[in-house]
Ligand binder design. Structure first.
Ligand code: XLS
Ligand code: CA
Ligand code: CA
Length: 439
């Protein structure tokens, strides 16, 4: 048996905020109680197989920089797939991660034919089932990669060629069934190429109907096989395509509503996808809460100077505090969790760098969770917002909302009462100062 790639690195423990040990958690104390739940139960964090084990550290200008025993970026033989599986679960266990996530092709051996795809996936899923039983690390979500293979250049479900739609159906059916078998909590659909590069060659209405039909087929199949987890769409505005149909949470809601899926599908919100869409991360969480489609979170950020998807680990506690605040206000996760769909930098090529990245990310979440809970327990912010809308609880406000008053009746109210309401301060600076006191 080969020595583990991570043999020289320790199992990561909680050491407390005063600790200077870089290979320990300073804030994430898994069993610490915060507002009635442990940190582990609140955060439900996951390590992603894709960026951490299948990516070689390459970029568009240069080759991979990571020398790993499973040779990421090289052809994946069944042996390499097994070495990668062993290493991945060693790492998950050393990090004491509650969950992991994967795409089919992140974990399985390479394939040529559709038959090989099925066989190679089945082999790795069986081995993974053993690893899950051995380590207790659970599957937060499974997904199929419908964007990497050249056949998906013009999309998967939105492809002009129905035979390609059928290939995508085979991958999603296989991975949905694998996720069910591995007792996954969710199934994610990220439409990386479900969009277009140029509208000149695109029948937009045709493509949206194809995507709507595909989503309905996935939901039908979920019920057919008895998968109890949530189906999640991951919004992103663009990259790799110029325009993606699922650009942000509000757009996804409109799409779901149009195809009658709004009670069947939720969203997996990614921090940097929010930024790329011109929204803040907390806006996306608050919108998903308001629309009743909050599902799960991919906890990777962009870089303010770069306009692309850098997938970096979170490092900004004040920003994350606001995200955690909105998550808690929405009741927290049910099936979802925080997935680190994040990459270490290309120059961070050591095994140890994977540890620093995840330790830092989990500590940022833990610290932000404590801050967000303190803001809620303090109550000033919630009280301010409630007071701001208090008029709508009175009889007049309620009569408008319930329909007892129509447009004319509401207008008459203003005329007959000789109404002259004044603007009231929104106290933005006061509230910003308040939040800074907790971060
Ligand atoms: C890419 C996406 C991808 C999805 C899963 O930008 O974030 O990682 O999470 O396919
Ligand atoms: Ca993601
Ligand atoms: Ca991303």
């Amino acid at each position: 048996m080969l020595m583990s790639y991570f043999a020289d690195l320790p199992t990561i423990q909680y050491d407390g905020p005063e600790s200077r040990n870089p290979l320990a958690f300073r804030w994430y104390d898994a069993n610490r109680n915060v507002m009635g739940k442990t940190m582990r139960e609140h955060l439900r964090w996951a390590i992603c197989y894709w960026h951490s084990f299948a990516w070689a550290g390459s970029d568009v200008f240069g080759a991979g920089t990571f020398e790993r025993p499973w040779a990421p970026g090289q052809p994946v033989t069944p042996e390499r797939a097994q070495i990668k599986l062993n290493a991945a679960f060693d790492f998950f266990a050393k990090m004491q991660a509650p969950f992991f996530c994967f795409h089919d092709v992140d974990a399985m051996a390479d394939y040529e034919t559709i038959g090989e795809y099925s066989n190679n996936l089945a082999t790795i899923v069986q081995a993974m089932e053993g690893k899950i039983a051995e380590t207790g690390v659970e599957l937060l979500w499974g997904t199929a990669n419908l964007f990497g293979h050249p056949r998906y250049a013009a999309g998967a479900a939105t492809n002009p060629e129905p035979e390609i739609f059928a290939w995508a159906a085979h991958q999603v059916r296989s991975m949905l069934e694998a996720t069910h078998r591995l007792k996954g909590a969710n199934y994610v659909l990220w439409g990386g190429r479900e969009g277009y590069d140029t509208i000149l060659n695109t029948n937009l209405a045709r493509e949206m109907d194809q995507l709507g039909r595909f989503m309905s087929m996935v939901v039908e199949h979920k019920h057919k096989i008895g998968f109890a987890g949530a189906i999640l769409i991951e919004p992103k505005p663009h990259e790799p395509t110029k325009h993606q149909y699922d650009r942000d949470a509000a757009t996804v809601y409109g799409f779901l509503k149009r195809y009658g899926l709004e009670n069947e599908v939720k969203v997996n919100i990614e921090a940097n996808h929010a930024t790329l869409a011109g929204n803040s991360f907390e806006h996306e969480i608050a919108t998903a809460n308001a629309l009743g489609i909050m599902g799960s979170i991919d906890m990777n950020r962009g870089d303010p100077q770069n306009g692309w998807d850098t997938d970096q680990f979170p490092n900004n506690v004040p920003e994350m505090t606001l995200a955690l605040y909105h998550l808690l206000k929405g009741g927290g996760f049910t099936t979802g969790g925080f997935n680190f769909d994040a990459k270490v930098r290309r120059q961070s090529m050591d095994a140890e760098d994977l540890f620093h990245a995840h330790i830092g990310g989990v500590d940022v979440l833990a610290r932000s969770l404590v801050n967000a809970a303190a803001i809620i327990e303090d109550g000033t912010l919630d009280h301010f917002v409630a007071e701001r809308y208090a008029g709508w609880n009175d009889a007049f406000g309620q009569n408008i909302l319930t329909g007892a008053l129509d447009l004319a009746g509401t207008a008459d109210h203003a005329v007959f009462s000789n109404s002259n309401p004044k603007a009231v301060s929104g106290r933005q600076e006061f509230l910003e100062n308040l939040i800074n006191n907790f971060c």
